[in-house]
Design a protein around this ligand. Structure first.
Ligand SMILES: Cc1ncc(C[n+]2csc(CCOP(=O)(O)OP(=O)(O)O)c2C)c(N)n1
Ligand SMILES: [Mg+2]
Length: 554
């Protein structure tokens, strides 16, 4: 037998490259093929490395750093995979801050690559361009994993660790910082493959306890959060085995197909919470149900969470299962074979209760008419990106989501203005499916400048602006709770159709749900950047369906 010429485990050869090149090579080795950026002198050598990477790396430059960071966030949420953005230090970092904060709150794998002043000057307060006091400290407060790259040889390892931190355990953002005079430094570098994922150990005793508890319970409610997005088949099967409705309000939508009568949002979810004798919470903080709707000793809780700290943060549950949801739930399904009770089918009951609540929600009929049109026109696998606006609030209650990762809602930050740029990132990362961004006129102009980015990079995002000439939500609160003493809530708007057209994008106006249906049909067929203005008047308040009183406990 001839001797093999290729040793199986050869140590990869060192190649001389710059820190920027080593970082770029490491990002590519981890499967990142797009990067969202706003350049500047601190990162010039990194950008030169991007340029040299050629077609291997798509570089999408935005018009504001928040746009770059939100785009990376939208791409991460739409794909479930790590995404990265690059900004200059100081103002660049701070401009991206709200998006990074939101990525943290949403456990989204977003990597921030941030420039720095000259290495030797860091911490000395000389007043270099874009200097900010204790940048490392500021970043470290925003993300769980932060590292400083001090030279080319350490870049691959630091990128690998950062990316590992973003997808291991509780997912989330990470940041890497590098000085202006270090990105271009050259040295021999050994590139390494991505770190192997650690296999998780599942606590079989806890699985058995959970199966016994849930198997015996008469009325189980499943609560799904963002951590359940990759466990859709398992949650669906458990819902069936336990005849348990699945409550998801924002981050867990689409885990159970919204066409199932067992798929529940608010307010029906609260009613079911009040009746449940057991809850299976999957990848959710469950803050609102526990604190607003109440707890008592008749409600036994099983929590599945990737973060060991999370389950007992507010109240210690009966059973805790730590790790990724899907494999844990598969073990739970197996264990239930032995412990589950015989159950009567709840399908008819759920159909009836869904219909009853939909009738009560008719108070929001003006918004719901738009929600229904959007659902009818957005294809089954289309991605809907939420905003802090009236039609958005109604959609959180009544928009049926068919598939995981197709309803992106900003989580507990609920930060106005995240929507357009986040949707642009989702569309850049998932060019094969239509993405729809909905906005109020207040929120839209936070990142509406990124229509320029949609045009420059031909990203065919379709967006709606519901224009009521106001921070409508704030204005209604002032009217209803503060004796109509209006302050800082009226808006002077551009003509949004002309605004879109001035960028070369398609602008349309739709004055009714019927006209919106036609505009959406045309926009999804054209596949070009489109902005649809929908003029609206004041809309009825959704809050009685969202902030609901206690149903159990004291
Ligand atoms: C970053 C941020 N700033 C402020 C707010 C407070 N806020 C909530 S809703 C709202 C007004 C939204 O106005 P608009 O986008 O026009 O939607 P509308 O309520 O009019 O439909 C404001 C200012 C917020 N949620 N996030
Ligand atoms: Mg408004």
């Amino acid at each position: 037998m001839p001797k093999s010429r290729r040793p199986l485990k050869a140590k990869p050869a060192a190649v001389e490259m710059s820190t920027g090149e080593a970082t770029t090579a490491a990002l590519l080795a981890h499967g990142l093929d797009t990067i969202y950026v706003l350049p500047g002198v601190h990162n010039d050598h990194l950008f030169d490395a991007f340029q040299r990477a050629g077609d291997a790396l798509r570089v999408i430059h935005t018009r504001h750093e928040q746009g770059a960071a939100y785009m990376a966030l939208g791409a991460a949420l739409a794909t479930g995979k790590p995404q990265a953005y690059v900004v200059v230090p100081g103002p660049g970092l701070l401009n991206s801050g709200a998006a990074l904060l939101t990525a943290y709150g949403m456990n989204a794998p977003v990597l921030a690559l941030i420039g720095q002043i000259p290495h030797a000057a860091i911490g000395r307060g000389f007043g270099h361009l874009h200097e900010i006091r204790d940048q490392a400290g500021i970043i470290a407060r925003l993300v769980d994993h932060y590292a400083h790259i001090s030279g080319p040889e350490e870049a691959p390892g630091k990128v690998a660790k950062a990316i590992m931190s973003m997808r291991q355990g509780r997912h989330g953002p990470a940041a890497l910082e590098c000085a202006i005079d270090v990105w271009g430094k050259r040295a021999p570098v050994t590139l390494a493959p991505p770190l192997p994922e650690r296999t998780q150990r599942i606590d079989e005793d806890a699985v058995r306890s959970a199966a016994k508890l849930l198997g015996k319970a008469k009325r189980v409610l499943i609560v799904a959060g963002g951590g359940a997005q990759d466990a859709s088949p398992e949650v669906t099967m458990l819902s069936d085995l336990l005849q348990a409705p699945v409550l998801a309000y924002r981050r867990g939508r689409g885990v159970l197909d919204g066409r199932s009568p067992f798929s529940v949002t608010l307010p029906l979810g609260r009613e079911l919470w009040g009746e449940a004798d057991a809850v299976l919470a999957v990848g959710t903080r469950m803050l609102n149900p526990m604190t607003a709707w109440g707890l008592d000793k008749n409600l036994q809780i099983v929590r599945v969470d990737a973060d060991r700290e999370e389950p007992a943060r507010y109240r210690k549950p009966k059973v805790v299962l730590v790790g990724d949801a899907a494999p844990i739930l598969r073990c739970l399904i197996d264990a239930l074979a032995k412990h589950n009770s015989r159950r009567t089918a709840r399908r008819d009951e759920m159909l009836e209760r869904q219909a009853k609540w939909r009738a009560r929600l008719n108070k929001l009929a003006p918004q719901l008419a738009f929600v229904d049109v959007i659902r009818a026109e957005l294809p089954e696998d289309g991605i809907y990106v939420d905003e802090v606006t009236q039609v958005g609030f109604a959609a959180r209650l009544a928009f049926p989501v068919y598939k995981p990762r197709t309803f992106l809602s900003p989580g507990y930050q609920d930060n106005l203005g995240w929507g357009y740029a986040t949707a642009l990132g989702a569309q850049a990362a998932r060019p094969e499916v239509p993405v729809l961004s909905i906005n109020g006129d207040g929120g839209f102009l936070y990142t509406g400048n990124e229509i320029a980015t949609a045009m420059r990079h031909r990203i065919p995002l379709v967006a709606i602006v519901f224009a009521d000439g106001a921070f409508g939500n704030v204005r209604r609160i002032q009217q209803e709770l503060f004796g109509n003493r209006l302050i800082a809530s009226d808006l002077a708007n551009p003509d949004f159709v002309k605004y879109a057209e001035s960028f070369g994008a398609a602008g349309r106006r739709a004055r009714s749900p019927v006209e919106l249906a036609a505009a959406l049909k045309a926009a999804f067929a054209a596949r070009e950047p489109t902005l649809i203005e929908v003029p609206v008047g004041p809309l009825p308040s959704p809050w009685e369906f969202i902030h609901m009183p206690r149903v159990r406990g004291k």
